[in-house]
Design a protein around this ligand. Structure first.
Ligand code: COD
Ligand code: ATP
Length: 201
């Protein structure tokens, strides 16, 4: 088992890059956002969130992720409360999935990795960060999520900067250009990890 974290700001391209690692090199991917989407379906989690934020966060018996996203993007204490509820459960699920992974290394897409939260993942061996300019991220988030620029900006500002991510990363992927520009960067990182695993670097 060789867990490799993939991180980056909202809209930086983590999902896109993770898919490419899988397609090009058959690497197993564990996605913390996907795990969060499963965790938020649990009746106990739903009950706790509704207790905290009220009925407006519910639509048809489920948490309305759009409404919750809007709340946590504007309110630091709401974000901290949600993180404290969900992150330990998400981490447990990630570890379970990791124990089942069979690929030569495993990529865990963790959006909210920081120097502090890294201590919760002591098993991570390498870290890949995706960087993209503020303008690129804003364009991609507003197009993908049908959000206003100011809503997207709030989410970006709630996270650490690319400069901070660089301080704890082993590899950087630049994603301001075309999708085709990702493949050579991914191939180079893949080969570097393989060399490390083979003891040749
Ligand atoms: C708030 C929720 C319901 C919004 O759902 P939605 O489908 O709109 O967004 P999605 O899950 O695709 O997340 C998109 C991105 O938002 C950002 N984001 C999500 N939660 C947070 C947070 N608590 N703080 C800062 N950024 C966040 C991340 O960059 C993430 O990649 C959802 O993100 C969630 O459950 N968040 C709490 C759990 C969490 O922290 N997940 C992030 C990875 S562990
Ligand atoms: N190089 C690129 N060229 C054009 N579009 C891109 C590129 N990279 C990513 N995108 C698009 O930008 C959007 C954001 O990318 P993606 O969903 O991979 O980011 P993410 O980091 O996983 O986002 P989030 O933090 O919200 O989960 C998507 O719609 C994706 O298709």
């Amino acid at each position: 088992m060789f867990p490799v974290a993939l991180t980056g700001g909202i809209g930086s391209g983590k999902t896109t890059v993770a898919h490419l690692f899988h397609e090009l090199h058959n690497i197993d991917i564990i996605c913390a956002d996907q795990v969060a989407r499963e965790v938020i379906l649990s009746p106990k989690v739903i009950e706790a969130i509704v207790d905290e934020f009220g009925d407006t966060v519910m639509t048809n018996g489920m948490i309305d992720r759009k409404v919750l996203r809007s709340i946590i993007s504007q309110d630091t204490s709401a974000r901290t409360w949600l993180n404290n509820l969900m992150h330990p459960i998400i981490r447990q699920q990630i570890e379970l999935k990791l124990s089942k992974s069979q690929s030569i290394y495993t990529i865990i897409d963790i959006p909210l990795l920081t120097t502090a939260t890294l201590t919760n993942y002591p098993y991570i061996k390498k870290i890949i960060s995706i960087c993209a300019s503020m303008e690129t991220k804003l364009d991609r988030i507003t197009a993908r999520d049908n959000q206003t620029t100011s809503q997207a900006l709030l989410m970006i500002q709630s996270q650490i900067s690319d400069d901070e991510r660089r301080t704890f990363s082993d590899f950087i992927i630049k994603n301001d250009g075309d999708i085709s520009e990702l493949t050579p960067q991914i191939n180079a990182i893949h080969h570097s990890i393989l060399s490390f695993l083979n003891g040749t670097s």
